[in-house]
Design a protein around this ligand. Structure first.
Ligand code: GLV
Ligand code: MG
Length: 350
């Protein structure tokens, strides 16, 4: 492990100083688009106005013979499009692919400061982050980049889950983690072919009725992803970085998508990927704290004064801990309100 004294030193002469804190901007959805597809590229300005983060995807879902077109498409969109306050991210190909190195050379060389975050897929351990960190520092120095380009790792290998705390702490460049349920299912040899969400076979069933053993026994689907999301959230919170739920593949099932996103939100995630425009509104709704909860949280904060002691509000006990829970809710609402006028109005904030 690098000495704490050196942790915030640039890794290359001329690279910008690493950040001491990860900037937390509204990040409710990371909207994926295929930069090799001219139709999608044409829609970028319109979509950018609706999302918190726009991500040019160079990895899976882009056919091998379109990889170069996707890379060059992203370079030209990144240079030309006016994205306003919307963050621009790129998902590069994995470190073991024939495309990773050129992805990095082209994107940093051409986009530099216009690129906020690089998403690294199939991260296995901190060693992958060390390599990308060093390479980015060299490229930043070479191209005169003035603020560090951050790294976001997808948690989608069994080894990566084993190493998640070390990955989260590997570099001051680490911005966050996303759960990648498809690759992770394959890596773990889970027997689901779905991308995220539940599975009708993963249930807990009620005991038989002893009086009438032939009665139907109700069962309830359980969440296949609970353990991994919870573990990822803890790793991120401990490292001061941001956790995200990843893709929900059944684009037509808006209800189950909303459930999956909400489970992730309640467990501590700040956002999720949107793979289709109809998932944008879901992420926006789910990852903006509900106005009535925010109003309640403000009431608690006000009643708690200096934040110590205990009070009863509507029959519910409040104390030093609950006021902290309420501050999480209100500070997130304030952040969202700073970007989203509709939510600002819903929260009654000016
Ligand atoms: C995302 O990349 C996934 O594999 O689920
Ligand atoms: Mg994947």
């Amino acid at each position: 492990m690098r000495s704490a004294k050196d942790f915030f030193q640039p890794l290359a002469v001329g690279a910008p100083d690493p950040l001491r804190e990860i900037p937390f901007r509204p990040s409710r959805m990371i909207h994926f688009f295929d930069p090799s597809n001219p139709k999608m590229a044409a829609k970028v300005p319109e979509i950018a106005a609706k999302v918190d983060i726009l991500l040019g995807n160079l990895e899976d879902a882009i056919q091998a013979d379109r990889k170069q077109a996707a890379r060059e498409g992203l370079v030209s969109i990144g240079k030309q499009a006016d994205l306003g306050e919307t963050q621009l991210w790129a998902r590069v190909n994995s470190l073991d692919s024939p495309w990773f190195l050129d992805d990095m050379l082209r994107l940093v060389g051409e986009l530099g400061d216009r690129l906020d975050v690089i998403m690294l897929p199939k991260v296995q351990g901190p060693w992958d982050i060390y390599y990308a960190d060093q390479l980015l520092a060299q490229l930043e120095a070479r191209h005169g980049v003035t603020r560090p380009i951050l790294l976001h790792a997808i948690l989608e290998t069994a080894t990566g889950v084993n190493q998640v705390e070390a990955i989260a702490h590997a570099s001051p460049r680490m911005q966050g983690l996303s759960l990648g349920p498809a690759d992770l299912a394959a890596s773990r040899r889970m027997k689901t072919t779905r991308v995220g969400g539940g599975h009708p076979g993963y249930v807990v069933r009620a005991d038989p009725n002893p009086e009438s053993p032939s009665d139907a026994r109700p069962s309830v689907q359980q969440d296949l992803w609970h353990y991994t999301i919870a573990r990822m959230v803890d790793a991120c919170a401990a490292a001061g970085i941001l956790p995200f739920y990843g893709p929900f593949g059944d684009i037509a099932d808006l209800v189950a998508c909303e459930d999956q996103f909400r489970n992730a939100f309640l467990l501590g995630c700040v956002g999720a990927w949107s793979l289709h425009p109809n998932q944008i509104a879901i992420a926006r709704r789910v990852f903006s704290p509900p106005p009535e909860e925010v109003a309640w949280a403000k009431r608690v904060i006000e009643a708690m004064g200096d934040g110590t002691g205990a009070v009863m509000i509507d029959g519910k006990m409040q104390d030093d801990a609950t006021v902290k829970q309420c501050r999480v809710m209100v500070s997130l609402a304030e952040l969202i309100a700073s970007r989203d006028p509709e939510m600002r109005a819903a929260y009654g904030m000016s």
